[in-house]
Ligand binder design. Structure first.
Ligand code: SAM
Length: 283
């Protein structure tokens, strides 16, 4: 039977699949086609968990805006499986026990996307390791996490007219980041502190040229969130909450880390574009 295909339909939607991190993922018009640059985020989380300074054992990870599940699934295949599926062997080396029993929650607002993500988890043998939750960002999420990771929608409205016609075939829900493309970062960095453990990481993919604005959001919102509910307090109390002062009489142990998010790393993608931001939450 010959099927007609609309002009500019991406080949991946016609074939129904795409490779990511050496693994196979099913895709359809309900999910963003996984991009190679997003592998930078997966590599970074693995490095943070495996690096010499990592003190996180049995990490709890929340993947917001999971889409096809590519990020969450790649991480679980890499971190939890005793052996790799043979297809991915070239990409992924042997596992250590260090981060075994990683717990992953993956969420998306789209039920259709979650269905694809669940199928992809089965396809890659990690469906028992990931809880999939339908949620508008944090709305239906509970618990505390060592990592909050996300590749949220980040296209600004003015950029839509410059996008390739193939990209416009991808779900608007996966692309639309609001007027300036930054809506999701504002929400994530405002709400993440309620869900992050002390010293936990927020790792996000960002769009071309967004780094300066993201830095402002991370710094400003980390402060705002720690000040939430403190409308009627003195200047000293505000400074204390923002981590700018030590409470009078507090022990001086010589080390005082400012409460809030600190950007630890910005990682470029394969084209040299700033692509992933790692921020650590100190409370
Ligand atoms: C840029 S895509 C990323 C998909 C996948 N993580 C990836 O890297 O390819 C963004 C995803 O965010 C989801 N999304 C949009 N608005 C959301 C919201 N308010 N809460 C949760 N997920 C949302 C979309 O359905 C889409 O799957």
């Amino acid at each position: 039977m010959i099927k007609t295909v609309e002009p500019h339909t991406p080949l991946q939607y016609i074939m129904g699949k795409e490779k990511f991190f050496g693994l196979d993922f099913m895709v359809n018009e309900h999910v963003l086609i996984p991009r190679p640059e997003t592998e930078v985020l997966v590599d970074m989380v693995i490095e943070l968990l495996r690096g010499p300074q990592s003190a996180v054992h049995s990490p709890r990870i929340l993947d917001l805006c999971t889409g096809s599940g590519n990020i969450a699934i790649s991480l679980m295949v890499r971190l939890n499986s005793p052996s790799m599926p043979s297809k991915a062997k070239g990409r992924v080396e042997a596992l250590t026990k260090t981060n075994s029993c990683c717990k992953m929650v993956a969420s998306d607002i789209s039920q259709n996307a979650l269905e694809i993500a669940r199928s992809n988890a089965r396809l890659n043998g990690v469906s028992d390791d990931i809880s999939f939750i339908k949620s508008d960002l944090f709305k239906d999420i509970s618990g505390e996490f060592d990592f909050i990771i996300s590749n949220p929608p980040y296209i600004a409205w003015y950029e839509f007219e410059t996008l390739q016609k193939e990209v416009l075939k991808e779900p608007m829900l996966a692309l639309d980041g609001g007027l300036d493309g930054l809506d999701f970062y504002r929400r994530i960095f405002l709400e993440a502190p309620r869900y992050l453990k002390h010293g936990g990481y927020c790792v996000v993919e960002i769009g071309f040229g967004q780094l300066p604005a993201i830095k402002d959001i991370v710094e400003q919102k980390s402060r705002d969130s720690s000040l939430r509910g403190a409308n009627e307090v003195s200047d000293e109390a505000i400074s204390l909450k923002a981590g700018l002062l030590r409470p009078s009489g507090a022990r001086n142990d010589g080390i005082h880390k400012r409460k809030g998010f600190e950007i630890l790393k910005v990682i470029p993608d394969q084209y040299g574009i700033d692509r992933v931001v790692v921020a650590q939450w100190i409370n």
